[in-house]
Design a protein. Structure first.
Length: 277
C-alpha cells in the first residue's frame, strides 16, 4: 500500500467515524436514543479480514446513536458490535439480528458479551473476536474507466442493490427500440465513496444487464472523493459537478445527460431522452 492509498484509507475511516458523531446529534428517540441499537444502515466502503483473509461476504452496518458498527460474517458464530465510545468490542447472538440489503434490524432484547477492545491504527480497526484476528478497514476508491463487474466485485452491496431493482419492462423496450442501430453509449460518472451513487448506480447496472441484447453500450468512470474530485482531468473535461452523472453519446457526440432527479427512474429518463433524438 503506497503513501497516497494509506492516507486515503485513513481519511475514509476517520470520515465515517466523524459522520457517525454528527449523525448521533440528530438522533431523537427510540431504543437508540437510550443507548440501545435498533436500526442500522449498511455501508459499502469497508472490507473485513478474518485471520488474514478478506471475507467478501462480510456485511458492515453503522449506527449513529449509539455510535457503533455491526459486522455480520458467515465465518463468525456471533455478530460483532464495535462501540466507538470506549473502543469496546461486543458479541451479539445472530438470533437478535435481522439482515436486509440496506438495513439491519436488532431485537430490543439483545445482550452483548464483552470481547475486549479494538485498536485504531493508521488505516484500520483491529481486534480479537472469539479466537479470531479481525480487521476492518476502508477500501480505496474505484477510479477511472471500469466495468459494472468491477463495481460488483468492489462490494456485494452494489450487486445486491442491483438485483433488488426491477426496472419497467415498458421503458426497457422503449430504450431497445430507440437505440436500435444508432450506436448510443451511456458513460456514468460516479464516486464509490458517494452514498447517493451507492443507491442509484446499481439501478443503472441492472438496466445494463437487462439490455444486454440491445445496441446501447454502458460504461462507468470512478471519480475520486473531494477535494481531488475537482482536480480529476476527466471530470474537468466533461464538466462533471455532481455524481452520479451519466452522459449519453451517439457516436462521439454528446446528446444528453442523466443528473439529479433523472435517477429516480433512470430507465424512464433514458427512454425519454433517446426517443426525443
Amino acid at each position: 500500500m503506497n503513501h497516497q492509498t494509506r492516507n486515503q484509507s485513513r481519511i475514509c475511516l476517520l470520515l465515517c467515524i466523524a459522520l457517525l458523531a454528527a449523525s448521533a446529534a440528530l438522533a431523537q428517540n427510540g431504543d437508540s436514543a437510550n443507548g440501545r441499537l435498533s436500526q442500522l444502515v449498511r455501508v459499502g466502503i469497508f472490507e473485513v479480514s478474518i485471520d488474514g483473509t478478506v471475507d467478501h461476504k462480510a456485511q458492515v452496518f453503522q449506527s449513529p446513536q449509539p455510535r457503533a458498527f455491526l459486522i455480520r460474517s458467515p465465518q463468525l458464530d456471533s455478530a460483532v458490535v464495535l462501540q466507538l465510545d470506549g473502543q469496546k468490542v461486543g458479541a451479539m447472538s445472530t438470533q437478535h439480528v435481522n439482515l436486509g440489503t440496506d438495513q439491519a434490524q436488532v431485537d430490543s432484547g439483545y445482550s452483548l458479551a464483552d470481547e475486549g477492545q479494538f485498536q485504531l491504527s493508521q488505516t484500520s480497526l483491529d481486534f480479537t473476536f472469539q479466537g479470531h484476528s479481525v480487521q476492518m478497514k476502508a477500501k480505496g476508491d474505484l477510479l477511472g474507466f471500469i466495468s459494472s463487474q468491477d463495481i460488483r466485485d468492489f462490494d456485494t452491496l452494489w450487486s445486491e442493490r442491483q438485483h433488488d431493482y426491477q426496472p419497467s419492462q415498458v421503458d426497457l423496450n422503449r430504450i431497445r427500440g430507440a437505440g436500435q442501430g444508432k450506436e448510443f453509449r451511456v458513460v456514468t460518472y460516479f464516486g464509490s465513496w458517494c452514498p447517493h451513487c451507492q443507491k442509484r448506480v446499481p439501478h443503472l447496472m441492472q438496466i445494463e444487464a437487462m439490455l444486454s441484447d440491445s445496441d446501447v453500450d454502458f460504461s462507468y468512470y470512478g471519480i475520486p472523493r473531494p477535494p481531488a474530485f475537482g482536480q480529476d482531468p476527466e471530470a474537468i473535461e466533461k464538466e462533471i459537478d455532481s455524481v452520479p452523472t451519466a452522459i449519453i453519446y451517439q457516436g462521439d457526440q454528446e446528446v444528453g445527460r442523466l443528473t439529479r432527479d433523472d435517477w429516480e427512474t433512470p430507465e424512464e429518463s433514458l427512454a425519454k431522452l433517446l426517443e426525443a433524438l
